[in-house]
Design a protein around this ligand. Sequence first.
Ligand SMILES: [Ca+2]
Ligand SMILES: [Ca+2]
Ligand SMILES: [Ca+2]
Ligand SMILES: [Ca+2]
Length: 487
Amino acid sequence: MKKIVMLVMLFFQVLLVSAYGAYHHGGDTDSDIALQAYPAIEGTKLDSCALCHTGGEYEKKPGVVVELGSCQWCHYSYGYNGEGDIASTMNEYGEEYSIHGKNLNAFAEIDQLDSDQDGFSNAEEIGALRYPGNENDDPTKVPAPFRVVSMDELANLVPHTQFMLMNTHKSGDFYAEYTGVTLADLLDDSGVLDSATGLTAFAPDGFAQYHPMEPDEDPLLYHIYGEYPEAIFYYDTEANESLTEYGWCDYSSPASAGWTAGEGIQVDNGLQVLIAYARDWVFLEQGHLTESNKLDGEGPFRVVPPQKLPGPPDQSVKSDNQDVIWPFDDDADHNAGFSSRSATILRVEPLPEGTTDVDTLEAGWNYVDEGKILIYGAIDPYNTIMAKLDELQQAVGEMPTSDFKFLPVKRIITKHVNIMKYHLQSGRKRPVERYLDKLAAKVDGCVESGEPDKNDWLVECQSQVAVYWALHELNVLMTIEKQISFD
Ligand SMILES: [Ca+2]
Ligand SMILES: [Ca+2]
Ligand SMILES: [Ca+2]
Ligand SMILES: [Ca+2]
């Protein structure tokens, strides 16, 4: 899919497009100028609304706050007709860019400022691919270990199918047969760290749901490891929405036919929290955002928690007709309300020491569109380290030879990275650390004194700083990797 830039100035016609990950604004020239000023940001997290725009949050109903990423926040507060106040959607960096004339020159003029006042100049932050308009992001912060799982990879794990009730407060209950992978299997496959205590699932509309690893006494916390109690098939003609006008349960799942009222529902390997990709053997419909900022559809992945306290489908709280076999019961287990539709990002808690959040709300829709899940946090950083080494190698390869002190240095660095990859693949961690230290000493002048020092291999500061912070990231990730025992 084409990577497209977005520095938002016009917001028309974007809604449907943004749901499919192709961000482009008619009349948007600022994004092109940003790429001209900083070609290296193309395809990175800075190549997005978030460079100049801020996220935000609003109170959906009393007590329920929805956090929005920068693109969605603009749509929410600025609207689709341009009636809102554009300035209120800009971060400090975006404001400076506006004040300085919104052109190529403006970027150069604000390079040495520290717009978000986090101690790092805009140029330093952009060089290290950190947000210059967000004080919570700076070059010392290392994004936590992560893994991107595609539909194919998920389908390669052992599938789990369970017929179950989804009990809601007010939207209508239903029985369905969900197929997917248990969250427990997915975490095991991702090398979850011993320190992990739980997982937060995020949907791109800002919905977030926490699940502890182990069974918890709180009836509203649906655990990841361990089976759930067997449920009974509750059937009554009165509840069947296709038979009575006031019915509240959808029994149309083909699997419903296999069970009789009052029968215990057996599930191979027991009921568990699933990351489901199919419902009644049809792939889940991909989620998208409606004009009222509401999520439609449940796919491509949905976190499905079974009831902890199995019970019948109860009447909707909104129904006038509560004189029924299963009236609304506030104490019933309304498990559907804890089910994350279009779950895109899974954060394994707590984040390892020295690491910070990835910008979850920014990444959301891209993963929905691509049919992928991002898992990050307390997981094995091995794959992240390998990916970062590849990135470093590529970045160094693309730097002009004039950035290097001597001609062969570029090849030497590339070779060093190859050796690190080889050691890591063979499970040898100490040599990797030694190479990281050695390289760091060759690129530390600009960060430490503002100019390359005598033994530095890179003599151009922007390139040198980028390599310096990349090595810093690798160092923090290696510290986590070292805590994992040798096989
Ligand atoms: Ca700054
Ligand atoms: Ca910053
Ligand atoms: Ca219900
Ligand atoms: Ca040095």
